[in-house]
Structure formats: C-alpha cells, structure tokens
Design a protein around this ligand. Structure first.
Ligand code: ADP
Ligand code: MG
Length: 461
C-alpha cells in the first residue's frame, strides 16, 4: 500500500495544486516538503520536515489537512485518515539530538541509556563514602536525583580537586536513569560544551539547522549535568549559549546540576547574570575528608580489591594523603600492586617505601598546616582530630603545640590561619604554643631531637 501511495504522490500533489487555489510559495512551504511515511490500517502518515517544528505543524493541520485528505481520497479512490507528524516523533534520525530523544524508548537498555547520557556507571551513591566533609553535598544530590527539578535548582557543588564532585554529579545521573525509564539525562563538562560552541561558530558556514540541533540537544533533557563549570571563564559566547539553555530548562522545571572548583561568587571571568543564576538554587561544598572519612574510603577501596590490609597500613596512608581522595585511593592501589609484584607482605615500612616519593612534597608550598598536623599525628600515633580537639591532657596538648611550632616554621600562614587549622579560635594560644616549644628546644634535648625528626619527615629534601 505504501508503494502505491508513493507512486501516486505526484498525482496527488497535482490534484491539490489544481483544485485549490494556493500561492506558489505556500505550496512550496507547506505541501511540497511533505514526505509519505506510512500507510497502515487505512491511515496515511505524512512527515512535515523543517525547522518550524510544532508551530508549523499546528498551522498545516489547521489549514491544509482536510484539503490533503480530500486530494488523497480522490486520487486513490478510497476513504482514509491522514495525519501529519514531525520528523523526530517516530523517526530515527542520525543526529545527536534525536539520539537523546530516542533514549526514552523503553526497549533501550539501561546500559545504552547510560552511554547515551555520557555517564560512567561506576559512579553511584552506593560507592560514595559519606563523611562530615561531604554529607550535605551527598544528601542534597540524592534529593535532586530522587525528585529532579523539584527541590534545589540548580544544585551547585563546589570543592577542591579529587574530592568527589564528578563522582557525585554522575551518581545523580545514574540514579535518575535507573529509576525513571523515560528520563533524559545529559552529562557534559564545561570544557566539552565550550568546544562544541567553538566548533559550531568556527565553521565557515554553520547552518541554522546545526545551531538548532545543538540547542535542541541541551534543551530536550530532564536533567542537565555540567561538570567543572570553571572552564567557561572568559568564554563569552559559551556563556551566552549556556545562559539561554539554563533559562529554558529552568522555566520548564528541568533539573540542572553544576560542579565547580569555586563557589559562584568567587568565579572570575563569568558574567554576573550567570553567577546569579547559579546562586538561585542551592550551593553546597565538599571539604577535605577528615581522618575518619579517609579511613572509611580506604577500607571500602581495600574491600573492593579483595585484599586484606592491616589497619596500621591504612592509617599510614590516611595520615599522609589528606586533601585528595584520588591520591588517597591511588596510594592504596600502588601499595597493593607493588606488594603483588614483589611478593612482599604489606607492612607500614613497605608502604612507606613504596610511597616515599609521593609522601614527601618536593616544594615548600605543598607543606600545609593540615599536612603538618597529619605527620605529627602519625608520629605520635594519635588521630589528627585529637590534635584538633579541646582535649587538655599532655598526650594531645604536647603534639598540638608541636604543630603550632612547625606550622609557623614551615608555612607563611598567619597565626589566625594556623589556629583555624587546629580548630583553635584564639590566635594567642598558637603564639603561646609556638614560644613554649621554641624555648623547650633550647633547654630540652629530647624536644630538640623530636623537632629534628619531624622536620625530616615533613620535608626530607
Ligand atoms: P573531583 O571531580 O572532585 O576532582 P572525583 O569525583 O573525580 O573528584 O573523585 C576522585 C576519585 O575519588 C574518584 O575515583 C572517586 O570515585 C573517588 N572519591 C571521591 N570522593 C569519594 C567518596 N566520598 N567515596 C568514595 N570515593 C570517592
Ligand atoms: Mg571532576
């Protein structure tokens, strides 16, 4: 039947043109572009291509559908129904935007949907260790994943390198896909978004269609995840595109999640109007993991690798890698791998040896108060949180004062900053601790000796 209809199509058009007195341009705009798609159950389906989308379709339905029906019926000599659709309603197209819209089809497996969304399935809430440093970011992310577009929009997550931003934002995407068979999710980094905009504008002749496709790709989603937004800095055109996409999604109550290395206010080279959009929802941060969280992450990691590792080794690693979860995990992997290769048991000494280049920073500016606190804690076999507590016994007070001294010696930090690192509000306490250890070094050989040892540990170079 379809072939028959296609064969007769020119005749139908002729009939239409002669029977109804319409302008050439109208005929060219509305009727000529129509394509025969199917003829089943007595229903003729025509496709109306072009950029005018729904607006065009509404118009053609209202104005020409009944005339078309008559023309087809007259030419084929039978009664039938006619419907006109847009290309991407039922049709597979090769381009990116229709790939996204086709994601909603239930026959496509979760696996494929994850790939289409640009996500990595290894990042889930289940594998994310929650600690005091990230619990607000984690609960708000989960809330957003459970009720996209309904709670915090946008959700803006910021924090330093390797602290789990990508892990969290991708967990949101994976959760949404798994729990909503129809949801469309798109993950991108602002770097690749920027490159897309540059490519689009850099082409000699970018057709209107290509620009529309690009916009469609980002505007036809339920959840848009943009990682590392800082790369849009100073990219005016990228910011403009993003601003428009943002507004459209926001108005449609679609969820937007953004990560960044800084809070919106501190971002440089970003238009004020974008910053105010970013701040419109909820801004949450991820801090460095505390000792307990670092231990929990290491234990989880050790568990997944299926290797039995002594607690003391994990403590050693937790004490030396304080501000980057990627390095923390990487150190454990390195220790495990080296022990397998060399058939050596994993002891603290072995770990220290394998990690020695990573543990001792080569430049002074890597030596932070927190780094020093961790070295001192490790030396005294206590936890950094005990050093940073109000506990007054000498067991903790002495290492704490040692930290005050070493922080003043090794860093340029102000007394207030050192105090803050040690969770002490009064900077006079820091000053007192520093002076006390300084005079002890002159009078007490064991303190002098201890400081020498610790200085070597902090910077062996
Ligand atoms: P960022 O994007 O903030 O630079 P990532 O999300 O890439 O950091 O995290 C670096 C690595 O550390 C990843 O392998 C991630 O899975 C892991 N990671 C970070 N935070 C956690 C956490 N809280 N629990 C488990 N793994 C984590
Ligand atoms: Mg990241």
């Amino acid at each position: 039947m379809l072939d028959f209809l296609k064969e007769k199509w020119p005749e139908i058009l002729d009939f239409f043109k002669q029977e109804y007195d319409i302008a050439d341009v109208s005929f060219k705009t509305w009727i000529l572009p129509l394509k025969v798609k199917s003829f089943e159950n007595n229903i003729v389906t025509l496709v109306f291509p072009g950029d005018s989308g729904k607006t065009g379709l509404q118009y053609i339905n209202k104005k020409y559908l009944s005339l078309l029906k008559i023309s087809i019926e007259e030419t084929l000599n039978q009664e039938l129904e006619v419907q006109i659709i847009l290309p991407n309603e039922n049709e597979e197209k090769e381009d990116a935007s229709s790939k996204i819209s086709s994601v909603s089809k239930e026959d496509i497996s979760l696996e494929n949907r994850i790939i289409e969304s640009n996500l990595n399935k290894k990042y889930t809430f289940d594998s994310f260790v929650v600690g005091s440093n990230n619990n607000i970011a984690q609960v708000t992310s989960l809330a957003v994943a459970e009720s996209p577009g309904e709670v915090y929009n946008p959700l803006f997550i910021y924090g330093g390198v390797g602290l789990g931003k990508t892990h969290l934002i991708q967990s949101i995407g994976n959760f949404v896909l798994k729990n909503n068979t129809n949801a469309k999710v798109l993950y991108t980094t602002s770097e690749s978004f920027t490159n897309e905009v540059i490519d689009l504008l850099g082409m000699k002749k970018t057709s209107q269609e290509e620009i529309i496709e690009f916009r469609k790709k980002y505007r036809n989603v339920d959840v848009l995840l943009i990682d590392d937004i800082q790369f849009i800095s100073k990219r005016d055109r990228t910011q403009e595109e993003l601003f428009n996409i943002f507004n459209e999604l926001f108005m449609k109550h679609k969820q937007i999640v953004i990560t960044s290395d800084k809070k919106p206010k501190d971002m440089e080279g970003v238009a004020e109007r974008l910053i105010s959009r970013f701040e419109q929802g909820l801004t949450v941060d991820i801090q460095n993991p505390d000792y307990e969280t670092r231990m929990a992450i290491l234990k989880k990691k050790a568990e997944t690798t299926g290797t039995e590792i002594d607690e003391s080794v994990l403590q050693y690693i937790a004490n030396h890698f304080v501000s980057n979860v990627r390095e923390l995990e990487g150190s454990l992997t390195r220790v495990i791998t080296f022990s397998k290769i060399s058939h050596s048991p994993v002891t603290v000494d072995f770990a220290a040896d394998v990690l020695k280049e990573l543990v001792s920073p080569n430049y002074e500016d890597k030596i932070t108060c927190e780094y020093i606190i961790n070295i001192v804690a490790d030396h005294f076999q206590i936890s950094p949180s005990d050093i940073c507590s109000k506990k007054k016994s000498r067991e903790f007070a002495y290492p704490r004062q040692i930290c005050m001294y070493l922080c003043r010696v090794f860093t340029d930090e102000k007394l207030e900053t050192i105090g803050a690192a040690l969770k002490k509000t009064n900077h006079a306490t820091v000053s007192y601790g520093y002076e006390k250890i300084k005079s002890e070094i002159e009078t007490d050989p064991s303190t002098k000796n201890l400081i020498e040892v610790l200085k070597k540990k902090i910077n062996p170079n």
